[in-house]
Ligand binder design. Sequence first.
Ligand code: SAM
Length: 371
Amino acid sequence: MKYNYVAPCHFGLEKTLSFEVKRIGGENVEVNDGRVFFSGDAKVCALANISLSVAERVCVVLGRFRAETFDELFEGIKKLPLSEFIRKNDKFPNKGHSLNSKLTSVPACQKIVKKAMAANLGKTYGLNILPETGEMCEIRFSIMKNEVTLMLDTSGEGLHKRGYRRDSNAAPIRETLAAGIADIARVRAEDKVVDPFCGSGTLLIESAFKALNIAPGLNRRFAGERMKFLPAEAWKNAREEARSEIITDGGFTALGFDNDEECVRLTLENAKKAGVGKYIRAEKRDIRDQEKLPERVKILTNPPYGKRLLEVNEARELYGIMGRKLLPLEGRGLYVITPDEEFESIFGQKADKNRKLYNGMLMCRLYTYYK
Ligand SMILES: C[S@@+](CC[C@H](N)C(=O)[O-])C[C@H]1O[C@@H](n2cnc3c(N)ncnc32)[C@H](O)[C@@H]1O
């Protein structure tokens, strides 16, 4: 049985995500602003949750239809084959958003979605009141330009939660964004990666995952594991397949520096928890004391910036020091993500390419030096 899915991602990472979706066997891949639609069987859904490195979550598309009025929203939902996905006792709370559409009130839409789903499921199961005492089936809806997409979340906690990182004061980059940067940098099994501002080690760990083909969700559970249409067999097979694809004979290494002892400790602890401890080293070092890095390393970094950790001027002073320590690059690749539009001029070299990427709500650029 084939289903339709949608996976949202950071704006700017849609291409990476659609490539990953095709690699796990997703079909009919369609890229839309900040999300990728695809189809596949239950194992594709399990693999998507376990393996996709830049997706924020994976949802089943329960239906897509146009609605400009509450009646159209209600009738559209009433027709959908919801009982294929939701059991008689399951809980089905909903949340959503509306953009550039006639139906603007999200709380009012939430009420209609709930009522229409209850009417739909009540009719199928022959119940006036659905008990909602069973498993959680979280429903999401989006209304964009009057097009409704009704979805069932199969991930539960966001996929950026890999299970290796706890909250810290290192202003960490999102795991899914770090994975996207490792993908753009084409980190491979034979690479050496360095992060001179490693914080809690996210870029190093996600680089290791990318290099060694380690599925980032292998060590966590997903809401879909308790859903009626996703059998345990699909999850078991997907985990086995993902494990069998891990590269164990690459020469990959990653090295992190940070001037904060606690960050060094955190990087090592997180790397160990993520199962990549043997590939990652970290040392306390101020960028001011950085020695010339070996040839052919890939430097992936998210240096401090004004709004989050230091005052803008202090951060900019560090970009100048980075330039003095890292230039000339002489074939080393450099991938720097920062919201500071002045980065290139202070660093001292124009990037070969830069692209917009969002770190949470913060608009950043990934300055890429690869020539
Ligand atoms: C934005 S955070 C990096 C976060 C990291 N990408 C993560 O996901 O955890 C910047 C890091 O630079 C470190 N740092 C600040 N000044 C530094 C300096 N002069 N030399 C080296 N590291 C420094 C901070 O301790 C902080 O961990």
